[in-house]
Design a protein around this ligand. Structure first.
Ligand code: FAD
Length: 280
């Protein structure tokens, strides 16, 4: 099938993009890498009247390291994150996740902001943002607002973005001394969305887990932290005793490929692996 008819605008600045989004509100859709939106148009799952192409807005691209955080522009391509020395150094969790995001051709076009704005519950980057305590920077006609990752993902393909708003960037706090991270996912084929995934970050000072932030993806309608599991890990040197607490945290739904019980089992196996890697 072909996409329904739409008008096309290619603003040169954030201000111009915001004016267009404000003018057309729910009739407009931002076009970033197009790797999800274009198939959605072709399948007629989405039928916006106006596409606002942000690809020429240089201010939305790039990775910047400050004294307190790493700022990733919304238009930064997955491939840039994958190859960035700054990401490898300061956000090794994101670096570990990137090879799992789709395939090289899609990573060349797909963007950080597109992935987070789409909010697929099985996507890697939203879970990394949650585990690392990132803050999303969102612009609207009335100015900017900042939204913690915890509050940004609202449900299945749903975020805190309002009509007329643009995701501009996310700020990831620099890792604390003595903290480590680890990432893992199980997918049917490499490059597929995850059946189950885990992004973990926390302290291993004195050989014990502390202050853990563990985000699961592919098991619910959004990336979600496992708070009972995190609490049970506090002060422990090994992960094994805490794994049973995942029953309280996760209520996976069956999907086309696996039952809820299979997903729960995979989540426990994967969490054990990822936390052992983090401890090592
Ligand atoms: C075969 C295939 C396999 C894939 N596998 C994976 C995978 O394993 N893991 C994974 O995470 N992703 C996967 N993807 C999706 C890919 O990562 C996309 O790049 C990503 O989901 C969307 O990014 P995009 O830049 O292409 O966004 P687009 O497709 O351009 O936009 C996606 C949505 O986000 C909105 N949007 C985009 N940017 C902004 C912004 N700055 N502000 C507000 N709204 C915005 C758009 O309006 C649209 O609704 C896969 C895609 C394909 C085609």
């Amino acid at each position: 099938m072909k996409a329904p008819r739409f008008a096309y605008a290619r603003p040169a600045s954030v201000a111009e993009a915001l004016a267009l989004l404000d003018k057309h509100k729910d009739d407009a859709r931002v076009l970033a890498g197009g790797q999800s939106l274009v198939p959605m148009l072709n399948f007629r799952v989405a039928a916006p009247k106006v596409l606002v192409d942000i690809n020429r807005i240089a201010a939305l691209s790039g990775i910047k390291v400050t004294k307190s955080h790493v700022r990733i522009g919304a238009l930064t391509r997955h491939a840039e994150l994958e190859r960035s020395a700054d990401i490898a150094k300061h956000l090794p969790l994101v670096a570990a996740a990137m090879p799992h995001v789709a395939h090289p051709a899609i990573r060349n076009r797909g963007t950080f902001g597109g992935s987070c704005a789409l909010a697929d519950p099985a996507a890697e980057l939203p879970a990394c943002a949650l585990a690392l305590g990132a803050t999303f920077v969102v612009a609207g006609r009335k100015g900017e607002r900042r939204i913690a990752a915890e509050d940004f993902f609202r449900g299945l393909y749903a975020t805190a973005l309002k009509a007329g708003e643009l995701l501009v960037a996310a700020e990831f706090p620099l890792p604390k001394a003595g903290y480590a991270s680890a990432f893992g996912e199980l997918a049917r084929r490499h490059g597929d969305y995850a059946m189950v995934g885990v992004a973990a970050y926390g302290s291993r000072k004195g050989g014990k887990f502390s202050d853990m932030r563990i985000a699961f993806f592919g098991v619910g309608d959004r990336p979600q932290r496992a708070s009972a599991f995190e609490k049970a890990l506090e002060g422990q040197s090994s992960v094994d005793g805490a794994l049973a607490k995942l029953d309280a945290d996760l209520a996976p739904r069956a999907d086309l490929y696996s039952s809820a019980a299979t997903k729960r089992h995979l989540a426990k196996v994967l969490a054990g692996r990822v936390l052992k890697e983090l401890a090592a």
